[in-house]
Design a protein around this ligand. Structure first.
Ligand SMILES: [Zn+2]
Length: 387
């Protein structure tokens, strides 16, 4: 009996492992992403990267709504099942190679393009002091024998590669300016060429900047509720967003984009897709905070990527002059609209609707104007700090 059990176990394990190790899939949709693990909180699991569509991944396991995908010998990640389609025509190869690299620019962006055997998964990281990008390409082994650099590249100072593991190729990019203005990663629609698109700084004059303003929640998504007033976050976030729009126009900004101007239901995905299309220089998201502990109060600004931190620090500094307590400047924040790398963004959690004193301020229309003025002051002082 024992022996039979063992044989059954052995064969089921073997079949299981064999079927899974050859299950190749491709990413699908505009917002496929990888997560580090299966951890979860109210913002979802910690995201590693967004991925372009049609990127190949090798599925090695499956838990609930996610596939575990093998990125390289030593790295794995989790991909939502909704963002993957089977790719039965694809056979995993023992290795993939990188080809030539080209660095160049057009009117608005610099580019690094990397020729690859296949649309492989990748992730990027911003570095500061000195400013730059590290792009890890999983499964790729270097066969890059030249990096052609053209004078049309204005923001990228240096590009070089490093084989950090046998099957992980890192592309280092050194930037000219200290401040990051965003980057995008995507594949050429016809070829297996990975593009790193780097945004150059806009003109120093704030009036030339394109500002996107996002009023949190909306429609069926009401957000948090006032402690005593029972007002909804969606309503007051929109009132403040509209004041910010006015303040920006008064300051001379001609190009202001609002994700919503009415009580509209908008998913995070819809907002991200729209914002990517608009391609603003800055995004300010406005929310009101809430806690189950009603003594917690204060104002805070949030960023996800280290290269985007300075904007959020300048805005917080000016918000604090409104007499609000400091809740803090929060980094690595997994808020959906802090996720895009394409443009700088700052989430402002103006104050706590769940705190009596903060709530009284939030209810006043003069306070909405003050918040808008302080955010604009923060943006202006940030612009002056740039080199
Ligand atoms: Zn909110």
């Amino acid at each position: 009996m024992k022996q039979v059990m063992f044989i059954v176990f052995f064969f089921s394990f073997f079949l299981h492992a064999d079927a899974q190790s050859f299950r190749m899939m491709r990413t699908k949709g505009a917002l496929a992403y990888l997560e580090f693990g299966l951890g979860d909180d109210r913002l979802g699991g910690a995201k590693m990267t967004y991925l372009d569509s049609n990127v190949i991944v090798q599925v090695v396991d499956s838990v609930k709504d996610d596939y575990k995908v093998k990125l390289s010998e030593r790295h794995a990640a989790w991909l939502p099942k909704t963002a993957a389609v089977p790719a039965p025509d694809v056979r995993p190869r023992p290795y993939y190679l990188s080809g030539s690299i080209k660095v160049y620019g057009d009117e608005r962006y610099d580019y690094v393009s990397v020729l690859l055997d296949e649309r492989l998964p990748y992730r990027s990281q911003q570095t500061i002091e000195p400013s730059g990008l590290q792009i890890d390409i999983y499964g790729a082994t270097s066969n890059t024998n030249w990096i052609t650099q053209l004078g049309s590249a204005k923001e990228i100072l240096q590009t070089w590669t490093e084989q950090v593991e046998d099957d992980v190729l890192r592309v280092h990019i050194r930037l000219k300016h200290q401040q990051h203005w965003g980057h995008a990663l995507y594949y050429d629609s016809l070829y297996k060429r990975l593009y790193v698109r780097v945004k150059r700084p806009p003109e120093k004059d704030v009036r030339k900047w394109k500002l996107a303003i996002d009023a949190g929640h909306g429609g069926s998504n009401t957000g948090s509720t006032g402690l005593t007033s029972k007002v909804t976050e969606k309503t007051y976030a929109l009132l403040m967003a509209k004041e910010l729009e006015q303040a920006a126009k008064k300051a001379g900004l001609k190009n202001v984009y609002m994700t919503r101007t009415k009580d509209t239901t908008l998913s995070m995905e819809e907002r991200i897709v729209a914002l990517r299309k608009e391609d603003p220089d800055l995004l300010i998201s406005i929310h009101l905070n809430s806690s189950s502990v009603d003594t917690i109060q204060g104002t805070s600004t949030f960023y996800r990527y280290i290269g985007f931190r300075p904007l959020s620090q300048h805005i917080l500094k000016h918000m604090l002059t409104l007499g609000l307590k400091e809740y803090g400047n929060v980094g690595n924040f997994n808020f959906a609209l802090s996720g895009p790398t394409e443009f700088q963004n700052c989430l402002v959690e103006v104050a706590f609707l769940s705190n009596r004193s903060d709530e009284q301020k939030i209810l006043r229309s003069s306070f909405h104007k003050s918040v808008a003025r302080k955010i604009m002051e923060g943006i202006r002082s940030y612009s002056k700090s740039l080199q």
